[in-house]
Write a protein that binds this ligand. Sequence first.
Ligand code: G3P
Ligand code: MG
Length: 243
Amino acid sequence: MITQVIAHRGSKGLRPENTLPAFSKAIEAGADGIETDVHLSKDGELIIIHDETVNRTTNGTGRVYDMTLKELKELDAGSYFGLNYLGTRIPTLQEVVHLLIESHYTGVFNLEFKTDKFGYPGLEEKVANYFDSIDYPFHLVYSSFNPKSIKKIHAIQPTIETASLFKLRTASAKRFAKKNVIQDWHPSIAWVRSHRWFLPRMEIRPWTVNSEDNMEFCFKHHFKGIITDFPERGLSIRKSIQG
Ligand code: G3P
Ligand code: MG
């Protein structure tokens, strides 16, 4: 199996994370996949950002769920990374998907429901309705740390590939695997390196695999994928190991 190289929050190592420049960069690098995170705004829009607040990655403060799309769009989501990216905006899920469609992107699009701190009412339903309403050329994969989100999305769209995310606790991932609710595990690379990951025989895509050593380990074991901030590095190391 050729291991998929999936760009974490877009090409997070080289561009402001979870922004259109980060996703364009991942496509340009030839990444096999793109991972991103979705939240809900106050007015029910699907917002692409990692944290529950805008504090770390924008020039504003506050919770995403307390702000409207208009308020979120006024923020600068690029300058925290570098002044070259001043004026970059927080994208909506629809804007990211349009970019992928315009780019004829056929890789994996891994959408993570960012519900680990708290659930957003109706988030999973909104995402499912959106993807049901459009044609898209990429391979959609859902993931979440929150078992409730996994359960919900699987009940609505049972045919979409779904993965459990975890750092340490495997109980719900094991339960879901047994019931065929999920197809893959997305564990932390630390868990993979310190556990007998091969026992469950699940397909795995660890995160965040940035060091050469961790990349080599994953490619040598032919994991299904790696999620990395540096897809260029991943592709080049993969070539030297898997051809
Ligand atoms: O989906 C893999 C990875 O993104 C999970 O952690 O915190 O970067 O969303 P986080
Ligand atoms: Mg994520």
